[in-house]
Design a protein around this ligand. Sequence first.
Ligand SMILES: C[S@@+](CC[C@H](N)C(=O)[O-])C[C@H]1O[C@@H](n2cnc3c(N)ncnc32)[C@H](O)[C@@H]1O
Length: 247
Amino acid sequence: MTATQLETALKDVWINIQGWVGSRVPHVLKLIREIQLEDNVVGDIVEIGVHHGKLFFLMASTARPNEKCIAIDLFDDQEKNLDHSGKGSLSMFNQHLDSYFSHLKRQVTAISADSMSFTPATIRQRLKSSGVRLFSVDGGHTVKHVINDMALAQEMIVPGGVILLDDFLGPHWPSVSEGFFEYMRVANRRLAPFLIFQNKLFLTTYSEHPQLLAKFRKLIDRDLMHEVHTNKWRYAQIGEHTVLCFA
Ligand SMILES: C[S@@+](CC[C@H](N)C(=O)[O-])C[C@H]1O[C@@H](n2cnc3c(N)ncnc32)[C@H](O)[C@@H]1O
């Protein structure tokens, strides 16, 4: 796929796929891809909580040819969608895959499953993946789902990989923020947050955090000079971790 064809496909995603993604998240994904390419961070792309695939296809569009893209959702088993966060549909997902991303079919796998049925001990085998470089956590929004799904992501992420947690500090789903802080207290052993941007919290691995944060800051200085020195951006602390925040 040429760069122009990719831009067209991304526009199609934006206009035609229903979902919940901040308007500037695609730009942040491009910056993360740039840093991971430079640092030779290799791994698969995974999302828990796909709905119709809006964020999933944006992430998958950054995949390199040998990287798998794995979409996990209850899809048509909505009885287990306990808090009614979105409503996955495998047929909508497959339609979008056919219409806009047929070139990715070889790389994409959709898994219909309750993420609560996975454990840190079984996830690797269930996904048939040796490691993940981009992992979106956007499934069930209860405290228990967030703790479970963050623990799964922690197990799979490669050094320098990035996890996106949706609805962090958003007013609609306070349970996500509660779940995140509880996860940090009881289960975190290797993740560190580095960015809060458009309703999402971005985390990386502990040892790579300082370098990733510094590189990300340099890229926003390069791309967003006009706003970076306004009060829209500031550094904050989450526990011991320094985080760039945009509001
Ligand atoms: C907010 S939507 C996801 C939005 C999507 N990431 C986007 O970009 O538009 C949440 C999704 O999580 C799924 N879900 C809810 N509970 C789940 C669970 N226990 N396991 C897997 N998926 C779940 C729902 O079916 C729904 O599709």
